[in-house]
Design a protein around this ligand. Structure first.
Ligand code: DGL
Length: 287
């Protein structure tokens, strides 16, 4: 049976991660859940966010029965991963800022972290820096504007005119910065524009690493299932691309930007609102 991966974010940002998984493992069924009713996450308090993320992820897993859940949101991952792993009985992959690879690559030892205001303040980030980038100078910039502009860009296809004025003062304050970590999944959607404006900066995100991690976890679980059923047939997929589906939490009737993005990647078999329920309700209809 085709394995399926569920992606979760507040808005369209996690599509940048889904895209990498699609490129890496086209045969997988990919389901995308956006909590647009509670967008944006990056300005919400930790308490509100922890509860919300758990509620939506629990509902989504109940309804979609995926093999694996990817929290395609740095703001949620740096806060709620332990709680989610405790509640859910499938592997949960978090997306966190790629500080480790950036610190390995930056020869001058000065890296930037561009993320939501919530993410840049997290203790999780202090730990990441202490563990993997202690030899580096790390400058953090929290921006909720970039999150909204990434949403607007996906909706309109129009480049973001405010990018240069918004980020230039940061680069002027940190002239030694050579590598910038895109620590919000919305930001890789703006990468072509960032590269055009600052061609000397290396822009680093977590998308490819997550795609490899998902493939490896699913491979392990297939091997385990084969051993359990004592089947030793070679791994086989149908050769067809997997299905794509989209789910959201607001009362909107459709999500044109996300739907267009997914349609560029393949066949969209479902686009529906997600039914939210509390963590102890059972027997929901499956999607
Ligand atoms: N895409 C999300 C992240 O990676 C959240 C953006 C937001 O809702 O503020 O942090």
């Amino acid at each position: 049976m085709t394995q399926s991966v569920l992606f979760f974010d507040s808005g369209v940002g996690g599509l940048s991660v889904l895209q990498q998984v699609r490129l890496h493992s086209p045969h997988l069924n990919l389901r995308y859940v956006m909590d647009d009713a509670a967008f944006p996450y990056g300005t919400k308090s930790d308490d509100v966010l922890t509860q919300r993320v758990q509620q939506v992820c629990f509902s989504a897993v109940q309804q979609c029965s995926p093999d694996i859940l990817v929290i395609a949101c740095n703001t949620a991952s740096t806060l709620a991963l332990p709680a989610l792993r405790q509640t859910l009985d499938i592997p949960v992959v978090g997306v966190v800022p790629a500080i480790k690879p950036a610190a390995q690559l930056a020869k001058r030892g000065h890296i930037g972290l561009l993320a939501t205001p919530a993410t840049v303040e997290r203790l999780y980030i202090n730990d990441l820096i202490q563990d993997f980038a202690e030899h580096c100078k790390v400058d953090r910039l929290g921006s909720s504007e970039l999150v909204q502009w990434a949403e607007d860009y996906l909706a309109s296809g129009q480049p973001v005119p405010q990018l240069q004025a918004h980020l230039q003062p940061w680069f002027e304050r940190c002239p030694e910065m050579t590598h910038v970590v895109l620590g919000c999944t919305h930001f890789p959607l703006l990468k072509p524009q960032l590269q055009q404006l600052w061609p000397d900066i290396h822009w680093i995100d977590s998308g490819e690493a997550i795609a490899r991690r998902v493939a490896s976890l699913l491979h392990q679980s297939r091997k385990l299932q084969k051993n359990e059923s004592e089947e030793h047939s070679p791994e086989a997929h149908s050769g067809r691309d997997g299905e794509l589906s989209l789910h959201w939490t607001s009362a909107n009737l459709s999500q044109p930007a996300a739907q267009r993005f997914l349609l560029e990647l393949g066949e969209l078999t479902e686009a529906t609102q997600l039914a939210l329920h509390t963590a102890n309700r059972q027997n929901e209809t499956k999607c």
